[in-house]
Design a protein around this ligand. Structure first.
Ligand code: IVH
Length: 556
């Protein structure tokens, strides 16, 4: 959907959008924090939060009880015990450029009504996940994840397996909660992933997700085999203050035996902070671990106290995020994929390029306008430059997830390079392609009008039918559907239940042996693990389906 500017929203629209944003952000929080499988880039996620904040700023009366601005992260998974944080574990506001950083310093100075800025520290922002370690009388008694900021998960046993975390400390207040970041070094992550892959297990996307996965193992013995590390960057509950400043407090924690975030400097003004940012940025590639920005904190604890908090983040600190990593490569081809609903999606095939920790070979090009250099809101993207096959392009992979082309190097464009012609006929079935603008969908959609006559649409619908969120048919996935469609055995869902007609022939095909014919006690969710096994080739009596019911997880 085209996004209306916040100023143009009516109150009713604003309320509806806040509801949608609350739901979306909660879902992305859950994907990020609980499933370690984010779908959005950090920048896209921040965009959602920023829009939510902007709408709330304009309509303060519409702030919802479940507003994302009032909480951090996701509620804890139920499998761990819960820990109520005596001092909330909050998050940090973000600065994305030097102007934002200067504005932070000015804001702090203005709030405190000072003639000059107060001393502010700068240190790397570690790309891991936060944890709180509670010490009572020098003994490590409890460790927790952040969870939703107020309540986290009790991961004491897992944290005890991390060698960086001291079990006993001396010279500490009777109650001391150390807050910091659990992370994995880049090399250890790569070695661990290689091992997982060799064992045929799922590899992790990046060190942070891997650290999160390791820390949230229900069996601490598994955590112990993962190369987790820890850096302290602050504290929670204290029975007495550690020192008068952030800088000295961290020095004290270091003396007690905690690894503290390195390279912390103390600056007197915004320009010194920006110089520290630059220095940390330049040192980034040679660090053994991932960092994703620089955190600035007002040094005086008395001033921190005066500054206090705004909803989810302290007024006395900010994270100055690094821009997403970028690399150049060649756009080797533009292929068109035809989806279940006939939508034509162009996909850019790239010469493989290593960016943001992964090798990227494909990028979605969304639609014809996107290729032309026009965004969903009609405004130019990439400075209005279109994409042509053979172009040298700049690829960005922000934070984690979806890679994108952010620029085209026109000076490297081949002389004869031709504008991309979006197909007017479906590349799979040749049917006419209609362009439509649908409410609720982004931008201009090109759709194949072939319906089920289009093999691509037919196959995609069948794949959707058997998928986990629909009929959940075990043993029948994309590969088999494509194969059976090609053979002419499965053209529509009902054919799946006539597969037994092809049993003899199927048995002669590679990959289909006795094992897959095993007959489960029941075909559909009757027993805890019983799933439809179409390849068992034993179609059920219709009464069976009536008894147990077809439950569609998602409509066809
Ligand atoms: S200070 C009130 N310092 O970044 C929160 N946080 O985006 C004070 N992080 O939840 C946090 N490195 O888990 C601080 N040097 C650093 C950090 C750091 C990483 C994490 C932390 C926080 C998140 C906020």
């Amino acid at each position: 959907m085209r996004e209306k500017s916040v100023e143009a929203l009516s109150e009713k629209e604003a309320a509806a959008e806040l509801a949608r944003l609350a739901q979306d952000i909660a879902r992305h929080d859950a994907l990020y924090y609980s499933k370690d499988a984010p779908e959005l880039t950090d920048a896209e996620y921040d965009g959602l939060r920023r829009r939510n904040a902007a709408i709330e700023a304009r309509f303060p009366g519409l702030v919802r009880e479940d507003s994302p601005s009032l909480r951090v992260g996701a509620a804890p998974a139920s499998s761990f015990g819960k820990v109520r944080h005596s001092v909330a574990m909050l998050s940090l506001d973000n600065a994305f450029d030097a102007e934002d950083a200067r504005a932070f310093v000015a804001r702090v100075q203005r709030f405190l009504n000072l003639d000059t800025p107060p001393a502010i520290t700068a240190e790397p922002k570690i790309d891991g996940l936060s944890a709180s370690l509670r010490y009572e009388n020098g003994r490590f008694v409890q460790g927790a994840t952040r969870g939703d900021g107020r309540e986290g998960e009790d991961v004491t046993a897992n944290l005890r397996t991390i060698k960086d975390i001291p079990q006993r400390i001396t010279g500490a207040p009777a109650v001391l909660e150390v807050r910091g970041e659990v992370y994995m070094e880049k090399a250890a992550f790569a070695a661990m992933n290689a091992r997982l892959e060799a064992e045929g297990k799922q590899a992790y996307v990046n060190p942070r997700n891997s650290a999160a996965g390791a820390l949230r193992q229900l069996d601490a013995k598994i955590t112990a085999t993962r190369p987790l590390r820890f850096f302290a960057h602050g504290w929670g509950e204290l029975s007495e203050p550690l020192a008068e400043t952030q800088f000295e407090s961290m020095a004290r924690l270091k003396k007690m035996g905690f690894p503290v975030t390195p390279a912390m400097i103390r600056a007197d003004n915004a320009e010194q902070l920006l110089a520290a940012y630059q220095q940390i940025l330049e040192g980034r590639p040679s660090l053994a671990y991932e960092i994703d920005g620089v955190v600035y904190k007002v040094d005086s604890l008395a001033l921190q106290q005066r500054l206090g908090f705004v909803s989810r983040s302290p007024r006395w600190a900010i994270a100055h995020k690094f821009a997403a990593e970028q690399q150049t490569t060649t756009l080797e081809a533009i292929d068109i994929q035809v989806g279940r609903t006939g939508a034509l999606t162009p996909v850019g095939r790239l010469a493989p390029v290593f960016v943001g920790g992964v090798t990227v070979t494909n990028v979605t090009l969304h639609n014809a306008d996107y290729i032309k250099g026009v965004g969903a809101d009609g405004a130019p993207i990439r400075g209005g430059k279109d994409l042509r096959v053979g172009d040298t392009v700049v690829v960005q992979r922000a934070g984690d997830v979806i890679p994108q082309i952010v620029d085209v190097l026109l000076e490297k464009r081949a002389k004869g390079a031709r504008k991309y012609q979006f197909p007017e006929a479906c590349p799979v079935c040749g049917s006419h392609v209609a362009r439509e603008l649908e409410p609720g969908e982004e931008g201009v959609i090109a759709r194949c009008t072939g319906g089920l006559n289009c093999p691509a649409q037919a196959v995609e619908r069948l794949i959707h039918f058997v998928a986990r969120r629909a009929m959940d048919i075990e043993g029948l996935g994309q590969k088999q559907i494509e194969e059976f469609y090609e053979l002419g055995w499965v053209k529509e869902p009902a054919d799946i239940f006539r597969l037994s007609d092809h049993r003899d022939e199927l048995m002669t095909r590679e990959g289909y042996g006795e094992k897959k014919r095993r007959q489960p006690a029941c075909l559909h969710r009757c027993a805890p693990r019983a799933r439809i096994r179409a390849l068992s080739l034993w179609p059920r009596h219709p009464r069976h389906w009536r008894n147990h019911g077809w439950r569609f997880g998602a409509p066809l």
